[in-house]
Write a protein that binds this ligand. Structure first.
Ligand code: ASP
Length: 319
């Protein structure tokens, strides 16, 4: 069922609930789908309780918070992305500038930080006390201080990787997905993450990769992922959902088909964690739905004619 005339919608992963109102208010004030998606994601990036996005995100193996973000414009298929950016609290805004001001799609690491500096973005300390305590506990075994020397970290990293196969825990994952359709029918998709907790410095997941963790095309719809990014990269999961809709599948069928594709992957973590893959999606008419490997995973959405958001269960598609 298409959205009523003049109505916009914001949909996201459950942790995007803190930003839905900002997204809806932006649409009501005449902002575009891109504006609304960015405003919604910035709220999640600022939420220090969220251990997987922006300030408060779990750091990499040497204790630095490294952020990835993407924005895609479904009207023009323009896209902007930043990866492994440190000290900038709103990577989603930097991604937008990459999209709007450069002939590139993706900037990473020092180059992205230099670009952010030249465009007047302010730096901040993103490592909260809680996140630092988690890092000390997990990586240094509770030691009050310790070396972050590269060589030592490699040994630590390999221990952590070994450990991951035995016990993935809640802090490892976390990303936010926001898809918006404005009253003009334009769709935008924004994704932001601190990536896999305790990752190797420079590791990029699906979130900064257009097609893997984010895709939007007004003509067919949009999708974004959270979960084990390495899997979404290998199956181009977000683009697959949109591609399946392009080839005639309904939103729910497209979500299911993209999840089923993941079954072909040989991945050591696929069976280790119940919500190893999650997708939020929208069809071109503004209908929304989501899928997850977990029965517990939910998603949230709010139309501009609703006073608060609604939370719904996702389709469960086990791997
Ligand atoms: N997909 C993100 C990544 O792999 C993490 C997550 O969604 O939890 O970096």
């Amino acid at each position: 069922m298409a959205l009523p005339e003049g109505i916009g919608i914001v949909v996201g992963s459950a942790n995007a609930r803190v930003g839905l109102e900002a997204g809806v208010e932006t649409l009501k004030a005449g902002g575009s789908a891109i504006d609304a998606a960015i405003e919604a994601v910035k709220c999640v990036e600022d939420n220090v309780e969220d251990r997987g996005v922006g300030t408060g995100g779990i750091p990499n193996v040497i204790g630095q918070v490294e952020l990835d973000a993407t924005i895609m414009d479904g009207r023009t298929l323009a896209a902007g992305s930043v990866g492994a950016v440190k000290e900038y609290p709103h990577p989603i805004e930097i991604a937008r500038k990459v999209m709007e001001l450069t002939p590139h799609v993706m900037l990473v690491g020092e180059g992205a930080e230099l670009f952010a500096k030249h465009h007047g973005f302010e730096t901040a300390n993103l490592l909260t006390e809680d996140a630092e305590a988690s890092w000390r506990e997990r990586i240094q075994g509770g030691a009050s201080n310790g070396s972050s020397v590269y060589e030592d970290s490699y040994q630590l990293y390999m221990q952590v990787v070994d450990d991951w196969t035995k016990k993935l825990h809640e802090e490892i994952f976390g990303t936010t997905n926001v898809i918006v359709r404005d009253a003009q029918g334009d769709i935008a998709c924004a994704v932001s993450t601190s990536g896999w907790g305790f990752k190797w410095p420079g590791r990029l997941g699906d979130s900064p990769i257009i097609g893997a963790g984010n895709y939007a095309d007004n003509r067919f719809g949009s999708a974004a992922c959270t979960g084990r990014g390495e899997m979404a990269i290998r199956c181009t999961t977000a683009a697959s959902v949109v591609m399946y809709m392009r080839h005639g599948k309904s939103l729910a069928e497209a979500l299911e088909a993209a999840m089923v594709d993941l079954r072909h992957l040989d991945d050591p973590f696929a069976g280790e964690r119940s919500n190893v893959m999650n997708i939020v999606a929208m069809d071109r008419e503004g209908n929304v739905n989501a899928a997850s490997t977990s029965e517990e995973s939910t998603f949230v959405f709010q139309r501009t004619d609703m006073s608060s958001y609604e939370e719904q269960a996702r389709l469960t598609v086990p791997l």
